[in-house]
Design a protein around this ligand. Sequence first.
Ligand code: BTN
Length: 264
Amino acid sequence: MSPEVKALTEDDVRPHLPAGLIPWDVRAFGSVGSTNDVARRLASSGEPEGTVVVAGSQSAGRGRRGAEWFSPPGGLWLSMVLRPEVPLERAWGLSIVGAVAVASAVRRSCELPGRIKWPNDVFVSGRKLAGVMVESAGDGAFILGVGVNANVRHEDLPRNRWYEATSVMVERGEACSRSELFGRLLAETESRYSLFTGSDQRSLTDEWRSLSLVFGERVRVERGGELLEGTVFGLEEDGAVVLRLLDGRQERVLPSGDVTLMVL
Ligand code: BTN
C-alpha cells in the first residue's frame, strides 16, 4: 500500500495548517460514516468554528440531493464547522466559499485548472473532481463538507448518469500530497470566508463567476419535472443561475431542491 493511501493524521496535517484567520482544530479519523455527521455532532455539543473532521474513508458519505458520495481511501473527505453571523437566507453563500476555495486549492496545490460547474462542483477536463455541500447544524452553525478525489485510482472512481468523475492522481499521472492540499484548502477557505462574512461578498461572487464552467454556455436544466434550455448570462450572489431561454425569456434558477444543470 502506498503511504498516500493511509488515512491522514493530525500530525500529518499540522505543518500545513494556515496560521491565519480561523483557529483550525483538526480531528482525524481512519474511517467514519460521514464526516458531516461527525462534525454536526461536534457542533451541537458546542465545538467552535474551525473544528475540522477529516477521514481516510467514509462508509456513508453523501452528496447533495441525498445522493451517495463514494469515499474510498486515497480521497480527501472533510467537514468544517463554521458559525457565520449571517441570516439563514444568506447561508447558501457558504457553498460559494467552498467551491471557490476548492477550485483555487486544486489550482495552487495540484496545478490543475479546476473550474466550477454550477452550482458548486469542481471539474477538471470536463470531469468531476470534487463536490461541496453545506448543512445546517442548528444554533447558527453550518457544516461545510468537501470531497476531493485526490489519490483515488481510476477503477475506484464512481460512475453515474450525470457526470464522469476524475481524480488528481488520474489527471496528473501521480499521487499528490493530501496534507498539503488539505492545508491549502483551509487557507483558501478562510480568505473566501472573510469576504463572505465581511462586506465584500461581491468580490467572492465575481471570483465564483470567473471560475465558472457554465457562464456563457448553452445548458439544459432539469428542475423537478420541468426542462429548461438556454444560455447562461448571469450568476448571482444568492447562488442563482440566470438563463436566456430559447424563446428569449429570462429565467432565474436557484440551487435548491431537485435541480441539475448539464452543459450542452
Ligand atoms: C456533491 O457534489 O454532491 C457534494 C459532495 C460532498 C461530499 C463530502 S465528502 C466529506 C463530507 N461528508 C459527506 O458525507 N459528504 C461531504
